[in-house]
Design a protein around this ligand. Structure first.
Ligand code: CP
Length: 333
């Protein structure tokens, strides 16, 4: 039966660890034709630097082929609603798109960011779930309302630096950014840090910047099962104190969904959430990371980004190794 990689919530910690372990082997021995003549469709509804490059080159290093498709740009716009009279922009339906691509390709990977208009629709993850419903080959999430490939790269990098992550003190901090961004990496950070047995703190300026209950509840449950702590805080100094890991991300306020101008007036009050040396000095000499792209001196200072404790480049490199391991895992007999 085909297995999808849409969210790590659908995978056990042991299954994820075996992907990470094989990623380390692939990192040590990069060119192995394990997927000779296999192919993947990489479908991008949004821009990318790391994801596009690492998937395409990773598939090539395994002996396979990758085709990059941008619906609405170099391919036809797609309709995802079932039963819709298609008299708007879309030229074809996901039912045909997913079935046709399944005839050409062994895997389909999808990047489709939330629209940031309606939280219920975004949480449903309609686009990738449409591919899941109609495709007969495994589906990989390249970032929707979560970013599970980033999760794997993040954990591999932390394990490379710290070994066993059990009971490490982990901070996810909101940072300022001039625009309201996707919550995906933040949601993912809570899910994976709690799943791998860390004490997790979520720091954000006010309740308006809490992540959706779905992800907070999942993190709380993981922490309960692992006998670790889950904390929500709006206090910068207390949150950074005694942390082993600081992970930074900016995201938009859920109560202000669809109202970017109103939200901007609020977010502009919290430029002080930038990660800087003063805050990092409160920590237990913590590692710092970010999924990238990152606006320097807005989200984190040059000093933090250029410090020996910053592992953002290592995490970006590990995207390729974990994804190669994942591709092999999804196609192995
Ligand atoms: N971190 C990440 O997914 O980067 P890109 O948006 O450049 O792919």
């Amino acid at each position: 039966m085909k297995r999808n990689f849409i969210t790590t919530s659908e995978w056990s910690k042991n299954e994820l660890q075996s992907i990470l372990d094989f990623a380390s082997e692939l990192k040590a021995n990069r060119i192995q034709p394990l997927l000779k003549n296999k192919s993947i469709a990489l479908i991008f509804f949004n821009p990318s630097l790391r994801t596009k490059t690492s998937f395409q080159i990773g598939m090539n290093q395994l002996g396979g082929n990758a085709v990059i498709i941008s619906p609405g740009q170099d391919a036809w716009p797609i309709e995802f609603d079932v039963g819709k009279i298609m008299n708007e922009e879309a030229e074809e339906h996901i039912a045909e798109v997913a079935k046709v691509l399944s005839k050409y390709c062994d895997l389909i990977a999808v990047r489709a960011f939330p629209k940031f208009q309606n939280i219920k629709e975004d949480i449903e993850d309609k686009i990738i779930r449409g591919f899941e419903k109609f495709a007969s080959v495994p589906i990989i999430n390249m970032e929707t309302i979560t970013h599970p490939c980033q999760e794997l790269a993040h954990i591999l990098s932390l394990q490379e630096q710290l070994g066993d992550l059990k009971n490490k003190n982990y901070l996810l901090t909101w940072t300022y950014h001039p625009k309201a961004l996707n919550t995906a990496v933040a949601n993912s950070s809570l899910i994976i840090a709690s799943k791998f047995g860390m004490n997790v703190t979520l720091l954000c300026p006010t309740e308006d910047y809490l992540l959706h209950d779905k992800y907070i509840d999942e993190a709380k449950l993981n922490c309960q099962e692992n006998n670790t702590n889950f904390t929500i805080s709006h206090d910068i100094k207390k949150s950074y104190a005694n942390k082993d890991i600081v992970y930074a991300k900016s995201w938009g306020s859920i109560p202000f969904y669809g109202e970017p101008n109103k939200e901007k007036k609020i977010r502009d009050q919290y430029k002080n959430f930038i990660v800087d040396e003063r805050k990092m000095n409160f920590t237990n000499n913590a590692l710092f990371s970010h999924c990238l792209p990152l606006r320097r001196n807005i989200k984190a200072t040059d000093a933090v980004m250029d410090s020996d404790n910053c592992i953002a480049i290592q995490e970006a490199e590990n995207r390729m190794h974990v994804q190669k391991s994942l591709l092999f895992n999804l196609l192995k007999e």
